[in-house]
Design a protein around this ligand. Sequence first.
Ligand SMILES: Cc1cc2nc3c(=O)[nH]c(=O)nc-3n(C[C@H](O)[C@H](O)[C@H](O)COP(=O)(O)OP(=O)(O)OC[C@H]3O[C@@H](n4cnc5c(N)ncnc54)[C@H](O)[C@@H]3O)c2cc1C
Length: 312
Amino acid sequence: MPNISDIVKQLAAVPGEYRAGATDLNARYRLGIRPDQIVDINGLDELKTIEWNADGSARIGALVKIETLASDEKIKRYYPALAQAAGNLATPQIRKMGTIGGSLLQRTRCWYYRHPQFKCFKKGGDSCPAREGNHHYGVCFDLGPCVFPHPSTLGMVLAAYDGGVTVHDGSVAPISNVYGMGTEPAVDHLLGEDELLVFINLPKPMEGEKSVYTRTISRFEAEWPLVEVVARLQIENGMIQYARVALGGVANIPLVLPHVDKVLRGKPAVSSTFEQAAEKAILGANPLPMTQYKVKLVYGSVMDALTKAVDL
Ligand SMILES: Cc1cc2nc3c(=O)[nH]c(=O)nc-3n(C[C@H](O)[C@H](O)[C@H](O)COP(=O)(O)OP(=O)(O)OC[C@H]3O[C@@H](n4cnc5c(N)ncnc54)[C@H](O)[C@@H]3O)c2cc1C
C-alpha cells in the first residue's frame, strides 16, 4: 500500500503533478500540457472519507469524490451550498471521477492557456493573450495580470464557509491562503509543487443557517458558470443576524464580499435589503471590454441567491 510520505518523496524527486480523478490532468495532457512526472495518489485510502469531529466540524479527505459531496446526507444537511454546488458542476461522469482535492487545485480553463499554440503567464510566457484577445468568459473583477476566472466552484464554496486545508506535513491554512490575492499569474493556487493536499476542513455550521448555491450558465450542463454565488444567512424574527456572500466566475480567485455581508447584517430579510446588497456586490467591478455583461449578472445572481436562501 502506498503511503503519503513515499508519494510526496516521489514528486519531490522529479517535478510533476499528482493524479487524483485525472479529469483535468488528462484533458491538459491531451493538449500537450504535460508534466515530467505524474504520481498517482488513488491508493491513499485514508483520504477517501468524510469525518465529523465532536464539535460538529467536518474533515473531508482530498480524494472524496465530488459525487459523494453531492449525495452525502450530512453534507446536504449541514453544508447545503456545498452539496448543491457539487451536484451542479460539470457532468455526472466528471463528478463520479473528480475529487474535491483536484477540484480545488485544477488549472485554469482559459482557452489560450489550453491552446498548444499560445504562450501565456501560466506556460512560461510574459503576457496574458486573453487580455488583448477574446475574453468573453473573462473576469469582471480584474485583480491581476491573468484575466480568466478561477475555475474552482468548490474553492468558492469553501471560501464562503470559511473552510481550510491540511497539507501532508500537517500544516493547515485557510482557503484564502491557498488562492492568494490573484496577483501571481503563473499559478492557479499557491501550494508548492510537491505539497499534497490531504484534508479539507469545514468549521461547525451555524445554528439555523440557510445556505444556497446558484449558478448562472450559458447552457444547461457541462459548462463552467458565467457567475456563481453562495449566500449564507442566519435569520431570527425576520432580521439577518449573520450573512456571507461569495462569488465565483468573476475574478481570478474566488471572491468573498465582506462589504456585502456588512450591508445585510442587522437588516430585515426583505428584497429592499437584498437590492442594497446586490448594489454593493458590483461595487469595485472593473470589467474588460467583453465582460461588462457579467456585472449585470452579478447583480441579478446575488439577488436570486439571497431570495432563494430566505425561501428555504
Ligand atoms: C465539461 C466540464 C465542466 C466542468 N465544470 C466545472 C464547474 O462548473 N466547476 C468546477 O469547479 N469544475 C468544473 N469542471 C472541472 C472538474 O471539476 C475538474 O476537472 C475536477 O474537479 C478535477 O478533479 P480531479 O480529481 O479529476 O483532478 P485531477 O485532474 O486529478 O487533478 C487536477 C490538479 O489538481 C492536482 N491535485 C489533485 N489532487 C491533489 C492533491 N490531493 N494534492 C495536491 N494536488 C492535487 C493535480 O496534480 C492536478 O494539477 C468541469 C469539467 C468539465 C470537463
